[in-house]
Design a protein. Sequence first.
Length: 506
Amino acid sequence: MEFQISLFQVFVAFFLPLVLFVATRKSRAGNLTRRLIPGPRKLPLIGNLHQIAVSDLLHRTLRDLANKHGPIMHLQLGQVSTVVVSSPEMAMEIMKTHDLVFAYRPFLVVAMITTYECTDIAFSPLGNYWRHLRKICTEELLSAARVESFRSIREAEVLNLVKMIKSDEGLAVNLSEKVFAMTYAITARAAFGEKCRDQEAFITTVSEETKVNSGFFISEFFPSLKFLDIISGLKHRVEKIHGEADRIIGNIVKDHKESRSKDTSKDADKEDLVDVLLRVQEDGQFPLTDNNVKAIIFDIFSGGSETSATAVDWAMAEMIKNPSVMAKAQAEVREAFQGKGNVDETGIHQLKYLKCVIKETLRLHPVFPLLLPRECSQSCEVKGFEIPSKTRVLINAWAIGRDPNHWPQPEKFDPERFVNSAVDFTGTNFEFIPFGAGRRICPGLLFAVPNVELPLAQLLFHFDWKLPSGMREQEFDMREAFGISVRRKNDLVLLPSPYHASIIVT
Ligand code: HEM
């Protein structure tokens, strides 16, 4: 990460004259909004880039700027005219009132490479192809019935996690590492079925690709200077990693095709996600190429694994910092599953307080603090401000979740605020949008929730948790790492002790 920031500084220092020359000729739409939407003063050519480069945690920098300039703010980021939205009211304007205009994604060089030319779900432009993919998600891939069909996979992998923790009894465990490995294993089994060749290699490559994608690409701010990504070697690095991931997923798809041609009688409820996509491909009602199938599987991996693990990680960290919350959540889960000695998904709906803990975690730590970037498809008036076509729009869900006008004591971790509250993350309460809202809302919500609930319930049921000796809650590290999705900067290392009523660990 330090490398990426210093690359930016080197860029500003040495390439500025070049930028001056090219950008004056190629800059488009940018300045149109200047007199219309408030924003900080801009420098020639780099605009406001110097103001956002002060920290690598963009959501925090943007919140500080919004506090000075307002909930709708214009920034000129190099050549890219950008509007940042930081209040629930403005978010509702973008994602509800004018959702059709703003449900586009900007063209990003790195996304072109890693998403098979934007034929995945997340970066595909609004249109028939994207609509069809979303339909496949709701009806087939990520439906409630499909998610339920993966229940035994989740239960088995979470139990594995519990057993692994138990096997290191008496030692501090790197919980982050183990939880990330577990969610990748769940997604891999749901996507590919029982262990398939190269599964481990695929997981390693995808997580590497996710890391590189979170880096700083000059072309994101200076689209006309794409060649600098080539000179810096970043484009080559992404292409290399993606080439390897493509080779592996290509083999997996090929193996699935071969086994389908031998056995055509697979029950729909036994299908893995690659099977589902290949069946849609075979049906032929909607043309899906092999690359389209691969692009969708990549989305499910990058969307499905790290996100849930990140949420579990932050929830455990917050509970360690707030022992009374942990005690209450633990009492709830132990009371509900006392007779069984283990948690399964049949009774998990009883854990009302745990659900509040998860909501509170996602309020303070939305996995994508700026959601995914949107683009305005045609000039549009929003609350009296004119946003020109092609403007990039960032929605600061992190700042919105901490808006003092909507959340009393916004910085406090207090799950009680969700007890007896109807506020939910399904995209109708714009003060709480960790999964986004509108047409582009996360289609993996039903898949994500049990991936967060079950591990947390099991971790709380089977173990008591504390910090390794010598570390106190007050000095516990809660820093965030740089990235599009925001993980903890340092892994969560905790000391577990087994619970006597557990049938697994005692
Ligand atoms: C805690 C877990 C998760 C969180 C917090 C989360 C959050 C988000 C957010 C904020 C967006 C962008 C919404 C917007 O632009 O308005 C998104 C999009 C998306 N998510 Fe998730 N997600 C999670 C889990 C998942 C899972 C499990 C899957 C798939 C299995 C998934 C697949 C996707 C896809 C494909 C998109 C792109 C949708 C589109 O552009 O049409 N996500 N997610």
